[in-house]
Design a protein around this ligand. Structure first.
Ligand SMILES: C[S@@+](CC[C@H](N)C(=O)[O-])C[C@H]1O[C@@H](n2cnc3c(N)ncnc32)[C@H](O)[C@@H]1O
Length: 219
């Protein structure tokens, strides 16, 4: 990690993701969370204040540890225990099968390089009766916007540390062993469509759980 990715980008990212509009959507996305929660792309813990009282515990996975003082303060202020695991979500996660009641992801699926592996692994760790709550940005439905997204994506990838603006998030989630049961598509107010095309929804595990997980998916 260099100066840009460790210090400058995380601060830019935080200030871009903690405004009033983002807060409103975080609250909506996480309203159904309950029990033992696994949050992928935990970042700086901006979601912690939006989990409802039905949440018992949060485990946050992130491939990077940045802005540690802020993260510790947020974890310390949460009304439930929070554990953080620093690792790539696409690698085997240190949890048994069917362990969590809820999996959550906000503005993260755009950045995971091996997204299919990560989704299969999240699904493995989620109870069959559990829910995956997501709030993501991705590919726009309109042709001209998606073509613009394809053009801009290499630049976004570079300046935003691996973020992709052109992923079909719903297709990715369903390809990772989930069935989407609720989906809203809209553009974030005040954000250009290329960057602010949002997928907000709920998915449930689907298919044969024995096929889930990176190690098993490849065998
Ligand atoms: C745009 S930030 C969003 C952070 C947080 N979810 C939020 O809503 O504020 C994306 C996060 O995903 C994390 N991330 C990227 N690739 C990852 C991976 N392969 N495994 C786990 N976390 C990853 C990044 O380190 C970063 O914290």
């Amino acid at each position: 990690m260099g100066l840009y990715s460790e210090h400058i980008f995380p601060r830019l990212m935080e200030s871009g993701l903690k405004g009033d509009v983002h807060r409103r959507y975080r609250r909506r996305a996480l309203a159904r969370a309950q029990g033992d929660v696994l949050e992928v792309g935990f970042g700086t813990g901006l979601n912690l204040e939006f989990y409802p009282t039905s949440v018992r515990r949060v485990t946050g996975i992130d491939s990077a540890a940045v802005l540690e003082r802020r993260v510790r303060a947020r974890i310390g202020g949460a009304p439930f225990p929070v554990e953080r695991v620093i690792q790539d979500a696409a690698d085997r996660l240190p949890f048994p099968d069917a362990h969590f009641d809820t999996v959550t992801s906000t503005w993260t699926l755009c950045s995971i390089a091996r997204l299919r592996d990560a989704l299969l692994e999240l699904r493995r760790a989620l109870k069959p009766s559990g829910e995956f709550l997501f709030l993501e940005h991705g590919r726009n439905e309109k042709g001209w916007v998606s073509r613009l997204q394809d053009t801009l994506n290499p630049v976004q990838n570079l300046v935003a540390c691996g973020c992709n603006i052109n992923r079909e998030i719903d297709a990715e989630i369903e390809g990772g062993g989930f069935r989407i049961v609720d989906l809203e598509r809209f553009t974030m107010p005040g954000v250009p469509r290329a960057l602010g095309s949002v997928y907000l929804g709920v998915a449930r595990p689907y298919g044969d759980p024995r096929l889930a997980g990176p190690s098993r998916a490849r065998s």
